[in-house]
Design a protein around this ligand. Structure first.
Ligand SMILES: CC(C)(COP(=O)(O)OP(=O)(O)OC[C@H]1O[C@@H](n2cnc3c(N)ncnc32)[C@H](O)[C@@H]1OP(=O)(O)O)[C@@H](O)C(=O)NCCC(=O)NCCS
Length: 150
């Protein structure tokens, strides 16, 4: 659990977080970094819930949820927590806050088949395995699509 003594807060993210987000993505997604244009998009486009975890001025986590109201579906498009702050409940907190703000009955996401920490977090948070996307990721690794109904 996040200890209140750590002064970690979850806040809305925006374009001013671009360089922090870029650094976080470089560390957390060595094989799947988004191009700069996608990072700008996730921080600015309408219909996206974007939240950051901060400790003071330090940017330590991020999540984005793309809400497709007409389809009744939302996609968690990215979630990452800085390595020094993992295992403290920040990922789970970001996920639950994003889910609430997405306010949509069905939430989907994809994850590398080998990413056991993330898979455990999703299973732990009420997601179930929906399908496999073969060779979806860079390098040919399969993706697992998880779904949650709310
Ligand atoms: C996945 C990630 C966001 C989890 O963030 P986190 O803040 O460490 O996660 P939490 O502390 O909230 O842990 C939530 C659950 O995840 C699972 N988990 C977290 N770290 C784990 C690990 N190292 N091994 C196994 N399970 C783990 C546990 O089930 C945990 O619940 P529990 O503590 O009740 O057992 C983080 O590991 C990360 O940023 N990874 C790199 C980026 C990434 O892979 N993102 C997901 C892409 S789909």
């Amino acid at each position: 659990m996040i200890s209140c003594f750590m002064n970690i807060e979850i806040q809305n993210a925006g374009l001013k977080d671009l360089s922090s987000l870029r650094q976080l993505e470089e560390i957390c997604f060595p094989l799947d970094q988004w191009p700069l244009i996608d990072l700008i998009g996730v921080l600015t486009l309408p219909g996206i819930i974007r939240k950051k975890a901060v400790q003071g001025e330090r940017f330590i986590g991020f999540i984005a949820g793309d809400v497709r109201k007409r389809e009744g579906v939302g996609w968690i498009t990215t979630i990452a927590v800085s390595p020094d702050y993992r295992g403290l409940g920040i990922g789970k907190k970001l996920l639950s806050i994003c889910e609430v703000e997405m306010n949509i009955p069905k939430i989907l996401l994809s994850v590398r088949k080998s990413n056991q920490a993330a898979i455990n977090m999703y299973l732990n948070s009420g997601y179930y395995q929906k399908e496999i996307w073969e060779s979806y990721y860079n390098g040919g690794e399969d993706g697992i699509v998880f779904e949650k109904r709310r």
